[in-house]
Design a binder for this molecule. Structure first.
Ligand code: ATP
Ligand code: MG
Length: 478
């Protein structure tokens, strides 16, 4: 997320200190204009406003209180090297986030800004992921004409209502959580809650009681019984983010849940039945974690019955033009800008850039460009150097057929129905079988049984699609 900061500072030395503390490519810093009233400028869309005490004027407290009534008000930091404690308390009570001495040393200023901004970012991401006005996650977000996505989505649609547990894999920022939310929203469970938890974010004991709940007196401080997130997900879905980070002892409890649909609160002998669908996600190479003894093999088998590996953005570049326009529309209204589109050379650069941070990185860059753009189209100059350079790089893939707005590829319309259908079916079968073979580690009997086909027919299909069982043995990466 790009952070917009407004600086209203009285001395060049103070400004230098603040700029140093906020030096980061994702920050857009602006100075107030001396010829316009300060509070009018502060009220515009910003994430953070840093003001020198001497510039506040006598209506400062009212100004800060009024900001709090705005939707999405900025965080406010006041800088002063001398303020009496009661005045500083009044500012904090009015809603100012911090009153700081600008000469704080050893990175303290930087740390305080970072902590204010990371809290803000978290709130914003929660809002975006959940109930952000423009688009709640839906499977249509993933509809695409990129061949890699068509196979993938055929598989996804197959499992939406299957009610099995799902394991989402893929690079950072590809949309694992968004896809999990979309599947939940379109499944029969959508009247129930979607309960996300980051398994790496809490120490083991806290994570255990957070997930499974506890009985009164189970440990010091457990003054009342409490339900865990599994129980809270009753009728809905629990999303275990970074499931590869789960400590071994909790992996056993998770396996038990997947097998028995029961949880045991900490300090209890009596299992509680819970009806919740489990979705897990991870960036880690789980088979490798299994080999290294960090992740239980039995849990891996149970959890990976259906594995959805979201292709990285660079393997579905066809989507970029449509995604970019969608993001421009969303950000121009959120940021109050007039930007309508993008110049062809800038779009070309976006298509060629390899996107290691995937859709999240694309979003950040479009947001930044919309913010920097004073014209009605984003130009190359609004993109960072690393992306601009990609414009002249050779393309990573062959010709790109951009998606039509409904995600339906032109290329299909050039073929008769029977041929286009066969094409899709083959791509689907290939992805289905390679995913299943990965899950079974290349075991033919098991794969054929799960797919409901004869092993001979499986062999024939594998031959047709160039799949070799040896490639799916543990330790081989596919
Ligand atoms: N197809 C899509 N359409 C629109 N927005 C998307 C799409 N896929 C992902 N996003 C957005 O991109 C951002 C990153 O997605 P998400 O958080 O789901 O990624 P992730 O795979 O869980 O990443 P990480 O591994 O870093 O946790 C989110 O803001 C999400 O809403
Ligand atoms: Mg995630």
């Amino acid at each position: 997320m790009v952070v917009q900061v407004l600086l209203a500072l009285d001395r060049p030395e103070t400004e230098a200190l603040v700029r140093h503390a906020l030096a980061n490519p994702d920050m857009v810093l602006r100075r107030t204009m001396p010829d316009r009233p300060l509070w009018d400028q502060v009220r515009q869309t910003h994430d953070l406003v840093v003001i020198s005490h001497s510039l506040l004027g006598h209506a400062a407290l009212d100004g800060i209180r009024a900001l709090r009534l705005q939707s999405n008000p900025p965080s406010v930091v006041i800088l002063t090297d001398s303020m009496d404690p009661s005045e500083s308390a009044a500012f904090l009570a009015a809603g100012c986030n911090a009153v700081l001495d600008p000469s704080l040393v050893n990175g303290t200023l930087e740390q305080i800004f970072q902590s204010i901004l990371s809290r803000r970012r978290q709130e914003w991401e929660e809002e975006y992921a959940g109930r952000r006005g423009d688009s709640p996650p839906s499977l249509n977000d993933f509809t695409s004409c990129a061949p890699a996505m068509q196979n993938f989505m055929a598989m996804v649609r197959h499992v939406v209502d299957a009610d099995t547990s799902l394991l989402m894999l893929g690079e950072t920022g590809v949309g694992k959580e968004r896809l999990a939310r979309a599947i939940h929203a379109e499944s029969r469970r959508n009247r129930g809650p979607f309960v996300p938890i980051h398994c790496g974010a809490l120490p083991e004991t806290l994570l255990e009681s957070e997930l499974f709940g506890h009985e009164k007196g189970a440990f010091t401080g457990a003054t009342a019984s409490r339900r865990g997130l599994f129980e809270l997900a009753e009728g809905g879905t629990i999303f275990l983010d970074e499931v590869g980070d789960m400590p071994p002892h909790l992996q056993v409890k998770l396996l038990r849940f997947l097998q028995e649909h029961e949880v045991l609160r900490v300090g209890s002998e009596r299992p509680v039945r819970v009806d919740a669908r489990v979705m897990g996600a991870t960036n880690r190479d789980l088979p490798k974690e299994v080999e290294g003894g960090k992740f239980r093999e039995d849990l891996y088998f149970r959890l990976s019955v259906v594995t959805l590996t979201i292709p990285p953005l660079r393997e579905r570049r066809e989507e970029i033009p449509f995604l970019v326009q969608k993001l421009i529309n969303a950000f121009q209204s959120r940021l109050g800008r007039q930007v309508q589109g993008i110049n062809p050379d800038a779009l070309e650069a976006l298509i060629r850039y390899p996107w290691p941070g995937n859709i999240r990185e694309l979003m950040n860059n479009i947001e930044r460009a919309v913010l920097l753009c004073d014209e009605d189209r984003i130009a190359l100059a609004h993109l960072p150097e690393s992306i601009r350079k990609a414009q002249s790089a050779p393309p990573h893939v062959g010709h790109i057929h951009p998606c039509a707005p409904n995600g339906f590829p032109e290329e299909w319309m050039q073929k008769p129905l029977s041929e286009a259908s066969r094409d899709i079916l083959e791509r689907f079968e290939q992805t289905y079988l390679s995913t299943l073979l990965r899950t079974t580690h290349g075991r033919i009997g098991e794969t054929a049984r799960r797919a409901g086909i004869h092993p001979r027919s499986l062999y024939a299909k594998m031959k047709r699609y160039g799949l070799h069982k040896e490639d799916f043995r543990p330790g081989r990466c596919r």
